[in-house]
Design a binder for this molecule. Structure first.
Ligand SMILES: *Cc1c(COP(=O)(O)O)cnc(C)c1O
Length: 420
């Protein structure tokens, strides 16, 4: 199948990290998935720790979501006209997330971040932005400057095709280093529209913000007329109902969503207080649009997913408990086998790094032993556990995982550890 795909799709995949370039070998083709399990085209069952890179927080083919999509599809899949369900999901999202009055739906996390930055630039009348090395905000030009994830796996932090003109407006800071951010602001006084950040980084493994770091950014933004953009495409509706804003008690000015908010369909969104959102067309001068934005299928999936999370908020604690259990189990096995490692975890995001030092930013994430990771990845795969095919990715824990699944995973680590 991969050989056939390679003939007609560049690299055989529609998103680079799927191609296994970071770990070697050829990708797994999925036939179907249910709950915590993937079933591949060769008939293997795999416990899934990627979950479509985050969206399937309640497991694959979750019934309320699937049924909502089926029922909606029967009534037409897109109109390019307003529908009531768009208001319903917007009301729910606004009620769950702190500090937002209005939300605009788009089709991907990339679009959400790209549009959020345009809005920040339009609103502040300034051009430059600060992003952090190793943070990924989708593949739009301004962000392909030391992006994490797929871009890091391939060692092409700067993509050809991004013009110098665009690159010069993106200032690069080191994650968790507030002095570095201060210096950038000092050197570019009055020219910076916004700081965009993953409040918990998830595209260089999982990296938590150091105590006071996010608050420091908030203060710097207030002092310098800059907007703080939280890219919560990964953390939104995952770390808490209200995402990282709620978890850390910090308000951002614009928040970006994707992944969970679409329940597995192509959805992104960005949201802010009225005075900022009213700057968007058709109310304001900043243009942003989409033929399929807010289409009924995507909204039905998203609404069903958010409704599940909103009415069962204990799910976030349950996810955290499962992730902590996994963390302890894996750490114990690796320690018993004298394998150098660091494990990072926030809520239901976790990453295993084969390095002794603390992993706090892109440089320390990049120091991990990639050969060990490759062996680990393929060993786990052989044992029936699918983790991300790159050392720069977070594992996403789903509520569909049972403690038996977690024990199975820890046993798999045991098998692999003796071979590492
Ligand atoms: C996945 C991701 C994006 C991009 O979303 P797409 O839907 O893949 O375009 C942006 N920001 C973060 C933090 C992400 O994890």
């Amino acid at each position: 199948m991969f050989a056939e795909a390679e003939k007609v799709i560049p690299g055989g995949v529609n998103s680079p990290v799927r191609a296994f370039k970071g770990v070697g070998g050829t990708p797994i083709f999925v036939k179907e998935a249910k709950g915590a399990y993937l079933y591949d085209e060769d008939g293997n069952r795999l416990i899934d720790y990627i979950n479509s890179w985050g969206p399937m927080i309640l497991g694959h083919a979750h019934e309320p979501v699937v049924n909502a999509v089926i029922e909606k599809a029967k009534k037409g899949t897109s109109f390019g006209m307003p529908t009531e369900i768009e208001t319903k999901i917007a009301e729910l999202a606004v009620s769950m997330v702190p500090n937002i009055d209005k939300i605009r739906f788009v089709n991907s996390g990339t679009e959400a971040c790209m549009s959020a930055v345009r809005l920040a630039r339009g609103y502040t009348g300034k051009d430059k932005i600060i992003k952090f090395a190793g943070c990924y905000h989708g593949h739009s030009d301004s962000f392909l400057i030391q992006a994490g994830s797929g871009a890091s796996t391939f060692g092409t932090p700067n993509s050809p095709g991004v013009t110098k003109g665009t690159a010069k407006d993106t200032l690069l800071a080191q994650y968790n280093n507030i002095d570095n951010v201060k210096a950038l602001i000092e050197a570019n006084k009055g020219k910076i529209a916004c700081i965009i950040i993953e409040p918990v980084a998830g595209n260089m493994g999982c990296i938590p913000p150091k105590e006071g770091f996010l608050q420091g950014l908030r203060t710097l933004c207030d002092e310098n007329d800059m907007l703080l953009i939280f890219d919560e495409v990964m953390t939104g509706f995952r770390l808490a109902k209200g995402g990282a804003q709620e978890l850390y008690g910090i308000n951002a000015d614009i928040v970006c969503f994707g992944k969970v908010i679409g329940g597995g369909l192509p959805v992104g969104a960005f949201a802010a207080r009225n005075e900022i959102m009213n700057y968007l067309a058709p109310l304001g001068p900043v243009y942003q649009a989409g033929t399929l934005s807010g289409n009924p299928l995507a909204m039905a999936a998203g609404l069903a997913m958010l409704t599940e999370l909103n009415t069962n908020p204990e799910v976030f604690k349950r996810l955290e408990d499962k992730t902590a259990y996994l963390h302890e189990g894996i750490a114990k096995v690796l320690t018993e086998n004298s394998i150098t490692h660091t494990i990072n975890r926030v809520g239901s995001m976790i990453s295993v790094h084969f390095d002794e030092a603390d992993v706090v930013d892109f440089d320390t994430a990049a120091k991990g032993n990639n050969d060990t990771f490759k062996k680990f990845f393929h060993g786990m795969l052989n044992a029936g556990v699918y983790i991300a095919p790159s050392a720069f990715e977070t594992w996403f824990i789903t509520d569909a995982l049972s403690y038996e699944d977690l024990d199975f995973t820890i046993e798999a680590v045991k098998k692999v550890a003796t071979a590492l």
